[in-house]
Write a protein that binds this ligand. Sequence first.
Ligand SMILES: [Zn+2]
Length: 257
Amino acid sequence: MSTFQSDTYIVSEVRPSPNYDERQGGQPVDIILLHYTGMQSGEAALDRLCAADSKVSAHYVVFEDGRIVQCVPEEKRAWHAGVSYWAGETDINSRSIGIEIINPGHEFGYSDFPLRQVAAVISLCKSILARRGPFPPDRVLAHSDVAPTRKQDPGEKFPWALLHESGVGHWVRPAPPDLEGQTLKPGEQGEVVRRLQQALKSYGYNIEESGTYDEATRAVVTAFQRHFRPEHVDGIADASTVLTLRALIESRPRLAA
Ligand SMILES: [Zn+2]
């Protein structure tokens, strides 16, 4: 694998990965997908993303100290999303730029993201948006948003509010978790469940409007909470979750045509 010129000056090192191919479908690249590495050390994670037999990669890796390493040129299709879906699109790798954020993840003692690391992620996103954008703020997403039954990353500790405050991504202040009101739980059925599913689908999530609160619904609600109501993540659509979802949809940004 030969080296290449980094796409942005804030990259401190290029470490080429062979795990990419050509973008398909001719659609615009208008998603930024955020991950955590979920391994015990950052160097081990970077080694894996650059090892041919792993078949995984990302465009960028952001370390705890804010150091940014680029592994795949932005014009290429890095292999980070896997089987995934957002707003009708299933080839998320072709539409996105993937950023791996070093963190041990839920399996190895999930830790807070240091501010220096978050600041580096924000700078990197802003660089991508400045060079390639503008694209819709609601397309800065978590891996768990596009693969809710398989993935948890970057998880509920990731400070989406701080990104939004810095002009990256779509977010609304969540309704308080202890809000009184109707709660929908796994196993429940009916029109109100179907409306919840419809709302989640309209925002972009992959969910059937079946009217039954099944395991897949629970997974999507959990992913929604990790991103948008992180104070309490349990997969149960309480009043706060539903209200936050509604506020999110109502405030959805639209780019002028
Ligand atoms: Zn991931």
